[in-house]
Design a protein around this ligand. Structure first.
Ligand SMILES: Nc1nc2c(c(=O)[nH]1)N[C@H]1C(S)=C(S)[C@@H](COP(=O)(O)O)O[C@H]1N2
Ligand SMILES: [Mo]
Length: 198
């Protein structure tokens, strides 16, 4: 009789623990699926608080440059400032995601000239430039695009939109002549990195 009771209690306890572990497994699978789903798509809508955490007060210019820089909105304002009207940010299907009536910024080219890319001679031109955001979103330019192509006069670092500071990071990057402007439009810009092709 006693052994029977013990067996019964053991059986109940065992089935309960099985029940729990399978539930846990299920929950874990669901949460993993959720994360990869957000990753697959563009970027999740952030709360104002989370967006604030991504803001940088300066951008770092680093890598293969003679003079690494730390640029703030104020230092950009001291450079050659260019006004841009009617900027359209378009997504991968050409849809307009955002429109800015008026904004101000400086050319990426001017920033790179200030930092001075470490070139051995005039044939040393195989560099790539990475604009990186605090969420690790990145856009890449080639040396030729910036210094030997109209793109050089269209790639900007912006610090002002419609007369006001920029909301999603103090400075953002854009490339105005891209067919779809979304991909090389970078919120929360954190660094501009120069690397040499091996
Ligand atoms: N830092 C950062 N910038 C980013 C992204 C991102 O995920 N992180 N997404 C890009 C994409 S895919 C597009 S289309 C444009 C416009 O996005 P929006 O619709 O969120 O304004 O921002 C780009 N800039
Ligand atoms: Mo996009």
């Amino acid at each position: 009789m006693k052994t029977k009771n013990y067996l019964l209690i053991f059986f109940i306890a065992f089935s309960c623990s099985m029940c729990n572990s399978s539930k846990k497994d299920k929950e874990e699978t669901v949460s993993i699926e959720k994360t990869s789903e957000t990753k697959k798509h563009e970027h999740a809508t952030l709360t104002a608080e989370d967006s604030l955490k991504l803001v940088n007060h300066y951008i770092e210019v680093k890598g293969d440059v003679e003079f690494p820089l730390r640029l703030t909105v104020d230092s950009l304002k001291k450079m050659k400032v260019i006004a841009i009207d009617n900027l359209k940010i378009t997504g991968k299907n050409g849809e307009v995601k955002r429109e800015v009536k008026a904004c101000k910024g400086v050319l990426l080219k001017d920033i790179l000239e200030k930092a001075k890319i470490k070139q051995a001679d005039h044939k040393d031109r195989n560099f790539y430039i990475v604009e990186r955001a605090s969420d690790d979103y990145r856009a890449t330019f080639s040396w030729a695009e910036v210094f030997n192509n109209p793109t050089g006069n269209n790639a900007f670092i912006l610090f002002e939109e419609n007369g006001k500071p920029i909301k999603n990071g103090e400075m953002i990057a854009i490339c105005k002549n891209d067919i779809r402007t979304g991909p090389r439009h970078i919120y929360w810009l954190k660094s501009i990195e120069v690397y040499k092709v091996d």
